[in-house]
Design a protein around this ligand. Structure first.
Ligand code: ASP
Length: 330
């Protein structure tokens, strides 16, 4: 069985997806591991401001960006993840460092930032003191705040950047939180994720995100939660996800773990992602408009749910015998 790689991102950008897949594929072509491929593919999307992971993430209510990421090795079942981290250019690389060099699986907030600072002095792959906010995302943030003021969620004099706690209190006091997402139509979810199988038969998967515009600082989504954002286990395969509200994924106890459980007992990747897509929709009574699940099963077959009700999503794959990435959705 040769190598395979599959990448998704909830922002349609074929060029970005192509470069991401090619960076992962290059690793596999050189005989490097599935973990190397997943890290490279996700790094490439984190460095591309058209995806909402790393550079270009959405800005939270306090005006900053806090990022989550995870990566898992299907051979050893070891994983590394970071949550609510600011100023680190490539969260996926910090997560990989945790996987390979510690006995921890998830480090969040200041601790993770301090770890990154220490590592940045030893390796060039970890860059800190990095501002991931792009002018577009700052504009989107300002527009969203203006909208909330015009709709009465926030007081006209409210200054969320200076006093996030006060702005959060005003939002909570508005008693209309149910309508908040509707009001903020512009705030799309924007995670990226990747799965890979290498020549040695090892699987890996990972995910990276910045949440979405105006989240409460400290909120952590599904991307860094193992079994939610990503899961890999050689006897089963691997799976990862993007575009699903993290809270919905967590309510069901982890969709990528569920997909792998089905593949472990012989279901194909396509059937497993299709089953879980229907399960989510029926059980939570919602439509996975952009929610994308990708997987590689134990026979090396690729699965991706494709019936999205949004064009703002992309997924693609590449195998050792392809000369270029194949777009599945997008
Ligand atoms: N799942 C992500 C989160 O909840 C958002 C996304 O997928 O776009 O943080």
């Amino acid at each position: 069985m040769g190598w395979k790689i599959i990448v998704n991102a909830s922002k349609l950008n074929k060029e970005g997806i192509n470069s991401s897949i090619l960076s992962g594929a290059e690793k596999l072509r050189r005989g490097e591991s599935a973990l190397d491929a997943v890290e490279a593919a996700i790094r490439s999307m984190e460095d591309n401001p058209n995806f909402e992971a790393g550079t270009g993430c959405d800005v939270n209510i306090g005006g900053s960006i806090l990022m989550d990421a995870s990566i898992m090795d299907g051979c050893t079942l070891r994983s590394g993840a970071i949550g609510a981290v600011q100023g680190v250019k490539n969260p996926i690389t910090l997560a990989r460092w945790i996987l390979e060099n510690t006995n921890y699986s998830l480090i969040v907030g200041r601790g993770a930032e301090e770890l990154a600072k220490a590592l940045s002095k030893k390796t060039t792959s970890i860059i800190v003191d990095y501002d991931a906010r792009t002018p577009e995302k700052i504009m989107k943030y300002n527009k969203a705040l203006k909208l909330l003021k015009s709709l009465g969620y926030l007081k006209p004099e409210s200054n969320a950047r200076r006093n996030a706690a006060k702005a959060i209190a005003e939002l909570l006091a508005s008693n209309r939180l149910e309508n908040l997402k509707e009001a903020l139509k512009a705030s799309e979810l924007g995670t990226v994720s990747a799965c890979a199988l290498d020549e040695k038969g090892n699987y890996a998967s990972g995910a990276s995100t910045g949440g979405w515009t105006l989240t409460i600082p400290g909120r952590i989504g599904d991307s860094p939660l193992i079994g939610c954002g990503a899961f890999a286990d050689n006897p089963a395969g691997c799976a990862s996800t993007a575009g699903i509200r993290g809270e919905e994924n967590a309510r069901l106890g982890g969709l990528t773990r569920m997909i792998c459980d089905r593949m472990r007992i012989g279901e194909s990747a396509v059937d497993a992602v299709t089953y879980i897509t229907h399960y989510v929709e029926n059980r939570l009574n919602l439509k996975l408009m952009r929610g994308t699940l990708i997987a590689i099963d134990k026979h090396g077959e690729i699965g991706c749910n494709t019936k999205h009700e949004s064009i703002n999503i992309a997924a693609a794959y590449m195998t050792h015998d392809c000369s270029k990435p194949n777009i599945i959705v997008g």
